[in-house]
Write a protein that binds this ligand. Structure first.
Ligand code: TRP
Length: 397
């Protein structure tokens, strides 16, 4: 294993130590780069299975949206970018509009898993909220809340931590990759919060009995831990009638968007196109986007990732398929492709950006109100769940 975890975090034994049952083995690729690792996992067996399951779920959701409660969210590390929109945000709005109840967590405690300085959180949380609302999230139908405002959610972490082993956490590939990145950045060992955050995420999902989690493939190992926590809790404390659901992952149709340096788009890499960016910045972003030396445009995601990425973005905004767009441009080459994609993105983002400017210029009052309402609702539900959990565990005094 070429992974460089600090000694205190290194797995002590290679054998899994299941508590009650054997967890699904995860793919443990060699992780040199978080982005590469995430992209790689897009093609693993569990990702393929999750995609197949997603097709089945989509069908059920369309017929019975009321049976589902979505919980998903983001770390407030900055304003959201095109990768968020195409990977997850648009999908959440779509689910909301289908009639599924959507809970969105702004995971502020998760920001400090791998860094000491969380920045100006109130400002960042408002930026994220602006992006959600501008993208079409309706606070009358959906609930947005933050970790730190919901104490009972966080308290679920304690019993949940007792249901997983340290080695199960240590072999979580997403945690491994993030741990490696954090160690390189901070030059010291990983925090306990980083190691345990998948369990915290289980609390995020289970506190509201979320049964559907639309995520990118990099989050699949986390969802597996949530399912394990739910299953073991039920086995141990609620055998007669399972209390927690075992939530399903819903994989967004397109999840990997590249930045202008050809690597996975991410704020920390400085290669992202923010949703709030100006038209000029958008034009420059696509001007700088990488292409390759081949003349004719074809859609070959494995062999020509940069071109495929542009085709995906273009298709996303024009409502077509990347294949059809490739045929349309064909011999026109990368120049024509870029012109087309730039135009599609500028036009496609125009309504979102107009809405965002309007909401932003109204000042923080409205945003703070939306969050206060979301937090109140989340607290009500979390208090009830924690009370149930206390009852099931024999801790109601
Ligand atoms: N880990 C997610 C991210 O990095 C954010 C998140 C927190 C989340 N809690 C969650 C996602 C629960 C899905 C479910 O963006």
């Amino acid at each position: 294993m070429s992974l460089t975890l600090p000694p205190e975090a290194a797995p002590t034994s290679s054998a899994p130590a299941p508590l009650h049952d054997t967890a699904t083995p995860h793919d443990t690729a060699t992780l040199h780069d978080l982005g590469a690792a995430r992209d790689k996992r897009a093609t693993t067996r569990s990702a393929v299975a999750a995609r197949e399951r997603t097709a089945v779920l989509e069908d059920r959701i369309a017929r019975n949206p009321g049976e589902y409660r979505v919980l998903t969210g983001d770390r407030p590390t900055g304003a959201l970018h095109l990768g968020h929109l195409m990977g997850t945000v648009a999908n959440r709005v779509r689910l909301q509009d289908l009639g599924v109840e959507v809970f969105l967590i702004v995971a502020d405690y998760q920001v400090i898993t791998d860094r000491d300085d969380a920045g100006d959180l109130p400002a960042t949380v408002r930026e994220v909220l602006l992006d959600y609302l501008a993208a079409g999230l309706d606070p009358e139908r959906s609930t947005v809340f933050t970790h730190s405002a919901v104490p009972a959610l966080n308290q679920l972490l304690l019993p949940f931590l007792s249901l997983v082993t340290v080695s199960e956490l240590e072999r979580n590939p997403t945690v491994k990759a993030e741990a490696e990145a954090a160690v390189l950045r901070q030059k010291r060992g990983i925090s306990g919060l980083l190691l345990t955050y998948p369990v915290h995420q289980a609390a995020d999902i289970l506190f509201c009995h979320g049964n559907l989690v639309p995520v990118g493939v990099d989050q699949l190992p986390h969802l597996e831990i949530t399912r394990t926590v739910a299953r073991r809790f039920n086995q141990r404390y609620s055998a007669a009638r399972p209390y927690f659901p075992e939530p399903d992952a819903l994989i967004a149709p397109s999840t990997t968007v590249l930045g202008d340096d050809g690597r996975r788009m991410s704020k920390s890499r400085g290669n992202a196109l923010e949703l709030r960016a100006s038209e000029d910045v958008t034009v420059t972003f696509f001007k700088r986007a990488k292409t390759d030396a081949e003349r004719a445009i074809t859609y070959e995601p494995e062999r020509r990732p940069e071109i495929a990425n542009l085709l995906q973005i273009g298709a996303y905004f024009t409502g077509g398929t990347p294949e059809a767009l490739a045929d349309e441009v064909g011999a026109g080459g990368a120049g024509q492709l870029k012109a087309l994609v730039t135009e599609a993105a500028v036009e496609g983002l125009r309504p979102l950006r107009a809405r965002r400017r309007e909401l932003a210029s109204a000042g923080p009052r409205y945003l703070d109100e939306v969050l206060a309402r979301g937090n109140a609702r989340a607290n009500e539900i979390a208090d009830r769940t924690l009370d149930d959990v206390r009852g099931l565990m024999g801790m109601r005094y």
